[in-house]
Design a protein around this ligand. Structure first.
Ligand code: GLU
Length: 286
């Protein structure tokens, strides 16, 4: 059997907090217990939110904690041509279309359609897209592209699913096969207006090229796995196993998040906590 390869893939949009330490430790422990490899990847494709100082702090904080990784750090912004090539494969199969809609236009379209808002907000990326730009005439689409209108690229979900030979599922450690239902997310964005590739495309691409065999990440990303399995199938990428861990919660039961004042690892360090104490606070104990 291939040896275990896990990864921690934070986005450098802030300083790491205890929730990140928990997640990194999950991947690190799974690799080390199996005598495998633990990789570090920086998912830095959101130009509005990612900052180099946060990227530098991630490697420093993980080193301080003693969560060592194998090989070089993969930095997504250095691999744009690879993501573009993957998008080209989908485009050549007619599975992508340009979407010119703004968030406000999508919200108006959904409100006007009479669909209950809770049904419209089912996806991991917010409301399910009503398909407006999928229905543009070829002429209209070409004219808007020629005019240089900013656009995202969306997956034609119905077209993508039509090509599947069997229903999709994924292997969740300790649970077995879990059925996927990517259709519920509608035509997901694979290239954003402000970033040439989306989280879904890049995370799936990189797990494949880095040979990741076990994806360890928070339960909040479990739903997105349905989309990732679809992309793996469409692009002929290998299928890793998944281990979605419960999110670390504060004393009040709420998930730890920077916006709710979760302490940064570097603040705990500055306050005199040792790496062992911080790992214990992060529930990294067995
Ligand atoms: N970059 C993602 C995040 O920071 C995590 C990606 C993943 O583990 O699949 O939330």
């Amino acid at each position: 059997m291939a040896s275990t390869v896990t990864r921690f893939a934070p986005s450098p949009t802030g300083f790491l907090h205890l929730g990140h330490a928990h997640s990194a430790w999950q991947g690190w422990r799974a690799a080390r217990q199996a005598g495998g490899r633990f990789l570090l990847r920086l998912e830095d494709l959101d130009p509005g939110r990612c900052r180099p100082e946060y990227a530098a702090a991630i490697t420093e904080d993980l080193r301080w904690l003693g969560l060592d990784w194998d090989g070089p750090v993969r930095v997504q912004s250095e691999h744009m041509a690879e993501y573009r090539a993957a998008l080209d494969v989908l485009a050549a199969r007619g599975l992508l279309y340009p979407c010119f809609c703004t968030r406000a236009e999508i919200a108006r379209e959904i409100a006007g359609s009479g669909r209950a808002p809770h049904l419209a907000a089912a996806g991991p990326d917010g409301p399910v897209y009503p398909g407006t730009c999928r229905r543009l005439s070829p002429d209209r689409r070409a004219a808007r592209l020629a005019a240089g209108e900013p656009h995202a690229l969306r997956l034609d979900m119905a077209g993508a699913l039509a090509g599947l030979s069997a229903p999709l599922s994924f292997e969740e450690l300790g649970e077995g096969r879990v059925r996927c239902d990517p259709a519920r997310f509608g035509d997901v964005v694979l290239a954003r207006k402000d970033a040439p590739a989306s989280y879904h495309l890049c995370v799936t691409h990189d797990d494949a090229v880095q040979g990741v065999t076990l994806v360890t990440r928070g339960e909040d990303l479990r739903a997105a796995t349905d989309i990732h399995r679809l992309l793996q199938d469409l692009l002929g990428w290998p299928e890793p196993a998944y281990a979605h861990h419960p999110l670390l919660r504060g004393a009040d039961g709420r998930r730890l998040a920077k916006r709710d004042g979760a302490p940064a690892l570097r603040d705990l360090r500055a306050a005199g906590r040792s790496p062992g104490e911080v790992l214990a606070l992060a529930g990294a104990t067995s």
